[in-house]
Unconditional design. Structure first.
Length: 547
């Protein structure tokens, strides 16, 4: 929002460019002003998708007119087309510049905006004059909204942050969850990816039937080898979007044969177009059978599958990262470094529990459940997520990774059903900082991952990354691109307890008061952590991910 002629259209246009630079699909319209001899003469309308530009309105002359502008049919038609279902179906950001008196009276593109607000998954930005903001909010009172000032430079960053958070959540919801898959990728060629897969199969295949999978991702069937040179013809020979073959020989010398010789019960090779990865792996899973334990070689598959564990192998001293590995690097549970003679990783850390690949950390998880949930109006930790309470959902994600899980809460009876230690605050009424201090004092490990009880999805690869980053630090805290810190989704070493107790003795209650007394490392957080603090946020989460 903004005052008349305050640069709202310019800001909206800059936002569209910034969003596109981040890779987001932008649609909608702008209405740039037209001036003649220094005076406002009217407006054009610009379709942000097609860049079509036509006159929209001209200023009427004379006095005493209650309608200062005459609108053109062509301009209204272009604007309505820019906001149509067809034009916006792939959009992640839809800009409507502007939503004014004409729309409030039911004209202009009011019909198109009403439809978008009730049917589109995109972020919809209505550019509104400040004096009309209350009226527009009243009109759409049932739709969650946020206000951004056109005059503030940070407004564009805030909108981009919303887009990134939604994109991250959408990616999470669209991924295939395969806890029984251990996926191995590589930063470059010939780093020992297949050998590591064979070692794992030999170790676990003695007691568990394991299916091996090799994935070859094809960007384009143009006859060119992505690795350079003449190539093997695999990419150009693919007929259709994907092709699945089962390895039948242990002695052919191929990577798939090596997996079979290592003890895999079956081995499949999936050759698939990059644009059809999800379709290809879904078909392979139908062939392999439900509930199989899998060891898979791939980088690109991580974009559509969330495995139990994901490792990326990198050669010691090499700084090169092929694009397929670079794009999924942030998801890696561990970057394993090798030099041809060995790896900087102890394979004994990998466990297979109830068909799920896990890698226990020498760390404790602490779930903060001592709040009063005032904004939610009810105990948010007990809200149902699918068929379990939210706190049970969190515990399930932490089990297998953390040998010790503690619940920081003063109501012991409420959480007794979890079968976990309930750590009461040493002194009640002093907020989450006291809860952290009390739980750290009980913890068996130096490193501790602290999370609030209103975060239903935990990206374990990011948690492991924080644990690795904690080397040499007392506290590791995620920081969003907007600068916001997440102290209740962070790693705390036990040696931070001294500083925490000092702050508490001095009457301090803010977690951030501790940071100046400790060695703190801030780790950039991609997107946002989804906290469910209000009923609206909870209902939106259920609508996206199922109840």
């Amino acid at each position: 929002m903004g005052e008349k002629h305050s640069g709202k259209t310019t800001s909206a246009g800059e936002l569209a460019e910034a969003a596109r630079a981040k890779g987001f699909n932008v649609a909608g319209l702008l209405a740039p002003s037209l001036y003649k001899k220094g005076e406002l003469a009217g407006f054009d309308v610009v379709d942000l998708r097609t860049e079509d530009r036509v006159p929209l309105a001209s200023r009427r002359t004379g006095k005493g007119r209650d309608k200062p502008y005459t609108f053109t049919e062509e301009g209204l038609k272009v604007g309505r087309r820019a906001l149509s279902a067809d034009a916006t179906k792939r959009a992640e950001l839809i800009i409507v510049d502007e939503f004014g008196p004409l729309e409030l009276s039911g004209g202009g593109w009011r019909k198109e905006v009403d439809l978008l607000l009730t049917s589109s998954d995109a972020v919809i930005l209505l550019v509104v004059r400040r004096e009309l903001a209350d009226e527009v909010q009243s009109l759409y009172a049932g739709i969650q909204s946020h206000n951004f000032s056109a005059c503030e430079k940070e407004s564009a960053n805030k909108v981009i942050a919303v887009l990134e958070r939604r994109s991250r959540n959408k990616t999470i919801s669209q991924m295939i969850q395969l806890d029984g898959m251990l996926m191995i990728g590589s930063a470059g060629a010939n780093v020992g990816k297949t050998e590591l897969a064979c070692v794992i199969i030999r170790k676990f295949g003695k007691s568990t039937a394991i299916t091996g999978i090799k994935v070859t991702t094809i960007k384009a069937k143009d006859g060119k080898c992505p690795r350079g040179g003449k190539g093997c013809g695999v990419c150009s020979s693919l007929d259709g979007n994907f092709y699945i073959t089962e390895e039948g020989s242990k002695s052919s010398g191929k990577d798939t044969a090596r997996l079979l010789a290592a003890g895999a019960r079956k081995v499949f090779w999936l050759r698939v177009m990059k644009t059809h990865l999800k379709e290809g792996i879904t078909s392979l899973l139908d062939i392999a059978g439900e509930g199989e334990v899998l060891v898979c070689e791939s980088n690109s598959l991580r974009a559509v599958v969330k495995p139990g564990l994901f490792f990326i192998l990198r050669r010691r001293g090499s700084k090169a990262w092929k694009s397929s590995a670079r794009s999924v690097k942030r998801y890696a549970d561990r970057i394993v470094v090798g030099d041809g003679g060995g790896l900087d990783f102890d394979i004994e850390r990998i466990k297979l529990a109830d068909g799920k690949w896990v890698m226990p950390e020498r760390a404790t998880a602490i779930i903060m459940a001592g709040g009063d949930s005032r904004r939610m109006g009810t105990d948010k930790s007990m809200l149902p997520i699918k068929d379990k309470s939210m706190i049970e959902t969190i515990c399930e994600q932490l089990r297998g990774t953390f040998g010790q899980i503690l619940i920081s809460a003063n109501n012991v009876e409420r959480y007794a059903f979890l079968g976990l230690p309930i750590i009461k605050d040493k002194i009640s009424g002093q907020g989450p900082l006291m809860g952290i201090a009390s739980a750290l004092g009980f913890s068996e490990n130096e490193a501790n991952f602290v999370t609030s009880c209103d975060i239903p999805h935990i990206e374990m690869s990011f948690v492991r990354r924080m644990l690795v980053e904690a080397e040499g630090y007392d506290i590791v805290v995620p920081a969003g691109k907007d600068g916001r810190k997440e102290p209740l989704f962070a790693v705390y070493k036990k040696n931070a307890l001294k500083a925490i107790n000092e702050v508490l003795r001095e009457g301090g209650r803010k977690i951030s008061d501790v940071f100046g007394r400790c060695r703190v490392k801030y780790v950039e957080l991609e997107g946002d952590i989804v906290n469910l603090n209000t009923k609206t946020e909870y209902e939106e989460y259920l609508e996206k991910y199922g109840d």
